[in-house]
Design a protein around this ligand. Sequence first.
Ligand code: UDP
Ligand code: MG
Length: 315
Amino acid sequence: MNLSIIIPLYNEEESLPELHEWIRRVVKENNLSYEIIFVDDGSSDNSWKVIEGIAGKDPNVKGIKFRRNYGKSAALNSGFDLAVGEVVITMDADLQDSPDEIPELYKMVHEEGYELVSGWKKKRHDPLGKKIPSRLFNLTTRRMSGIKLHDFNCGLKAYKNEVVKNIEVYGEMHRYIPVIAKWEGYKNIGEKIVKHRARKYGVTKFGMSRFIKGYLDLLTINFVSKFGKRPMHLFGTLGSLIFFLGFVIAAYLAYAKFFLEEYRMTERPLFYFGLLAMIIGTQLFVAGFLAEMISRTGSERNQYSVEKMIDKPKE
Ligand code: UDP
Ligand code: MG
């Protein structure tokens, strides 16, 4: 099968028939074999009914319905598990992403060797209050990850099948899929300018809180990818440094008290700095130890992304 098209959706009943028709027309015109996987993220409207209707008519349509709303990342992750097509494409259900982009995206992965292609909504049809924070968000992510993309959070993306099987998204991490893929070792990340349209039906499902959560997730991803398997290197180093600083201060104060001048330790503000530094240093160190113990019990502690292997049968 050439294509798996994954569509996460939450209360998008009006858009679905139109979206399905459009995708079907585009892939048929291009002679691509396909499956469409609708992942209903616990909609409370008639979305699932509509999907059942569509699936009854089109044998290429699969669907999953969550019992409650878990979020877009969860929906994508479940879709990824199911996808069997050589190229996996994700798109939003609200008709803001155009299915006309599918053939070109397919080509970029199938022929040009990209492992991940992210859409870039160069001309965006969203309110200004969303565009400006989004710019800032993309800038930070670009700087922190070193990936040269303009639009990390574009819902329209294409992947080599292997990529989606090797990455895991949860919480609200779908914003950082290219970052996660890069840290799994996928380097051929491309970008394609895509058409974007204003939302036709329904309303946006993410409020302003998306920006706060987005930044927190970026910190988590950064931390997990760098120190997830060796937390002690971060906490131990920081803890030791801070403790050492406190110790030097305390030693100096003791020395000065006995050999230079008479005073009460507690009269010197520096004393409190030293004390605080030693306590915080110890705590960081202990936190590092605990984190290390926890990561040792993690079942994925020895999971690596293997690209190639030469193995020979035992004689
Ligand atoms: N979505 C989802 N679960 C959620 C929130 C959103 O599956 O909890 C889907 C939504 O139905 C849409 C896509 O994710 O297909 C993008 O959401 P939306 O269009 O609301 O985001 P925006 O375009 O405003 O960034
Ligand atoms: Mg949208």
